[in-house]
Design a protein around this ligand. Structure first.
Ligand code: SF4
Ligand code: FES
Length: 250
C-alpha cells in the first residue's frame, strides 16, 4: 500500500515545529506502524536526511515507550492497542495519515515525535516504597490471603504501562488515570496498605506540581487507554486522597 504521512517535525525542545509530508510506498499490510516508520527512516537516512525521532522499546505492548497521536487518536484507531501493536491493515491504500507527538504541558517535546515523560517517573518516585519485614520473620507473599476480587482489581491496575495516552487524550492533560492505577495496584493489597495514605498524598501532590490538569470526568482517558484501565481507579484514588488529607489529625 502507498500512503501520505504528515509528520510533526521539530528539531529540538526550543525550536518551532511543523507538519512535513512524506510519501511511503509498497508498505505491507502485515507491518506494524513502527515498522512502517522504520521504512521511511531508512529512506530518509539513505537520502542524507535526518530520520524521524520516535520512542519505542519492546514493540510488544508492554513497556509503554511507544506513543504517537495518529489521525487525532492516541495510539491510533484500534481500541486497546499500543502503537507498536497497530498494523498497517488498519489503514487504507492511498490514505493520508497525520502523526503527532503527545500534546501536554507536562510532556514537553524533545524532538519530532518524542516527548519527555519523566514527570511520570517523578510521580512514581514520590510514591516511595512498600515496607517489608526482613528481620527473619518475612511472610511469603503467597501465604497472605487476599480476596480474589481485590487481587483481580490490583492486577488490572498493574497492567498500566505508563504510556501517557490518558494524558494525551484528556482535554485538561490530566494524569489521574495513570496515577490512580499506580496508587490502586498497591493500596488494594495488604502489603501496600501500610504506607497507603502517605503514598496517595505524595503522588497526587507531585502530579499537581508537574503541571497536569484536573480530571474532566469525560472518560476520554479510559476510552483511549491501550490497557483498558478503569475510571473506577480514579474514584478510589479520590476517596483515598480525601481520607489521607482531611480526616481528623491530618
Ligand atoms: S492508564 Fe492507560 S493510557 Fe494511561 S499511562 Fe496507563 S496504560 Fe497508558
Ligand atoms: S514499544 Fe513497548 S509498548 Fe509499544
Amino acid at each position: 500500500m502507498n500512503l501520505t504521512l504528515k509528520v510533526w517535525r521539530q528539531k529540538d525542545a526550543n525550536s518551532k515545529g511543523e507538519i512535513v509530508a512524506y510519501d511511503v510506498k509498497d508498505i505491507s499490510e502485515e507491518m506494524s506502524f513502527l515498522e512502517m516508520l522504520d521504512v521511511l527512516n531508512e529512506k530518509l537516512v539513505a537520502e542524507g536526511d535526518e530520520p524521524i525521532a520516535f520512542d519505542h522499546d519492546c514493540r510488544e505492548g508492554i513497556c509503554g515507550a511507544c506513543s504517537l497521536y495518529i489521525n487525532g487518536e492516541p495510539h491510533g484507531p484500534m481500541n486497546r492497542t499500543t502503537t507498536c501493536q497497530l498494523h498497517m491493515r488498519s489503514f487504507k491504500d492511498g490514505e493520508t495519515v497525520f502523526i503527532e507527538p503527545w500534546r501536554a504541558k507536562a510532556f514537553p517535546v524533545i524532538k519530532d515525535l518524542m516527548v519527555d515523560r519523566s514527570a511520570f517517573d517523578r510521580i512514581i518516585q514520590a510514591g516511595g516504597y512498600v515496607s517489608v519485614n526482613t528481620s527473619g520473620n518475612t511472610i511469603d507473599a503467597n501465604a497472605i490471603p487476599i480476596p480474589k476480587e481485590d487481587a483481580d482489581e490490583a492486577f488490572d491496575a498493574a497492567t498500566c504501562i505508563g504510556c501517557g495516552a490518558c494524558v494525551a487524550a484528556c482535554k485538561n492533560a490530566s494524569a489521574m488515570l495513570f496515577v490512580s492505577a499506580k496508587v490502586s495496584q498497591l493500596s488494594l493489597l495488604p502489603q501496600g496498605k501500610v504506607e497507603a495514605e502517605e503514598r496517595v498524598k505524595n503522588m497526587v501532590e507531585q502530579m499537581d506540581h508537574e503541571g497536569f490538569g484536573a480530571c474532566t470526568v469525560t472518560g476520554a482517558c479510559e476510552a483511549e487507554c491501550p490497557k483498558g484501565i478503569s475510571l473506577e481507579n480514579i474514584s478510589r484514588m479520590n476517596r483515598e486522597y480525601l481520607k489521607a488529607t482531611v480526616s481528623p489529625g491530618k
